[in-house]
Write a protein that binds this ligand. Structure first.
Ligand SMILES: Nc1ncnc2c1ncn2[C@@H]1O[C@H](COP(=O)(O)OP(=O)(O)OP(=O)(O)O)[C@@H](O)[C@H]1O
Length: 272
């Protein structure tokens, strides 16, 4: 099924930071030989926007995020970053995955520093890199644990190191694939608020993949709902109207909240 995206219909008031232009993507399939996962999909994300991609399981959310990150190439169409084609991963596109791969022999701070050194370390002095690492670890409330190694940190703390590391790299766009997906409900709840605060303080563009409708409503300016695959596309582009800065209570007690939540859950279950 190919669904026309409504996302492109909305007038752009700021430069598109990231755009998917008629992208398609498929993979070899055991029985069918080949399966097209994403049908022709187009949308634009403005500079400074927080956009979340939700959709039924297996609809192609992670695949789409990998295309946006330049980690996979589309079969047709293109991804553009500020008008330039994205053909490979770059420092301008940061990525956070569900499982952070922290180097087990390095401390939390050394993990952040290692990434800073690997990604253009020569642009900054050693003391600047130190300052950045400390700054981001403080913002995710890990100053006290900065000298501990991953094996000494809880899952939520490791996830926060990964988030600090991704933010420290200061990419223009931060793409996050279920960054809180592997966490227990309470830790997830707390980290959602930290992510909200960080994203509101930072002037950059965010793209999040999540299964969690409440997380999407709390964090996003816009939610792109993917249709049920195969050949998924953007079924609906939902604007999230809650004013910023946000807090969870204000968002969840807003008169629009329940209606939007119901609409999103309806779209996810109907998928068409
Ligand atoms: N490298 C690959 N090779 C073959 N098939 C793949 C590959 N990557 C993804 N797929 C298939 O593409 C489809 C979409 O996968 P994807 O992980 O993008 O979906 P998703 O919406 O992120 O799923 P979920 O919500 O369950 O995480 C699935 O059927 C998956 O098996």
């Amino acid at each position: 099924m190919t669904v026309t995206s409504e996302a492109t219909a909305e007038p752009l008031t700021a430069a598109p930071a990231l755009a998917a232009v008629e992208v398609t993507k498929g993979f070899p399939h055991r029985r069918r030989g080949f399966q097209r996962v994403l049908g022709e999909t187009s949308f634009s994300i403005r500079e400074g926007e927080f956009v979340t991609i939700i959709g039924p399981s297996g609809s192609g959310k992670s695949t789409l995020l990998k295309l946006l990150a330049g980690l996979e190439a589309p079969d047709s169409g293109r991804v553009e970053l500020a008008g330039e084609p994205v053909t490979a991963p770059s420092r301008r596109l940061g990525v956070v995955f569900q499982q952070h791969v922290l180097l087990p022999w390095l401390t939390a701070k050394q993990n952040v520093l290692f990434a800073l050194e690997a990604h253009g370390g020569s642009d900054r002095s050693a003391s600047e890199r130190e300052r950045l690492a400390e700054h981001w670890l403080e913002l995710v409330q890990l100053s006290d644990a900065k000298d501990l190694k991953p094996g000494q940190l809880s899952g939520g703390m490791q996830q926060r190191v990964g988030i600090a590391r991704a933010f420290a790299l200061e990419s223009e766009v931060l793409l996050m694939d279920e960054p809180l997906g592997a966490l227990d409900a309470l830790t997830r709840h707390t980290l959602q608020l930290q992510l909200l605060k960080l994203s509101e303080q930072e002037k950059r563009t965010f793209v999040l993949v999540t299964h969690d409708v409440d997380e999407a409503l709390l964090l996003s300016d816009r939610i792109l709902v993917l249709s049920q695959g195969p050949e998924a596309a953007v079924l609906k582009d939902v604007k999230v109207p809650f004013p910023r800065p946000r807090d969870r209570d204000a968002v969840e007690s807003s008169s629009d909240y329940l209606a939007l939540r119901r609409e999103l859950l309806g779209l996810l279950t109907s998928g068409s």
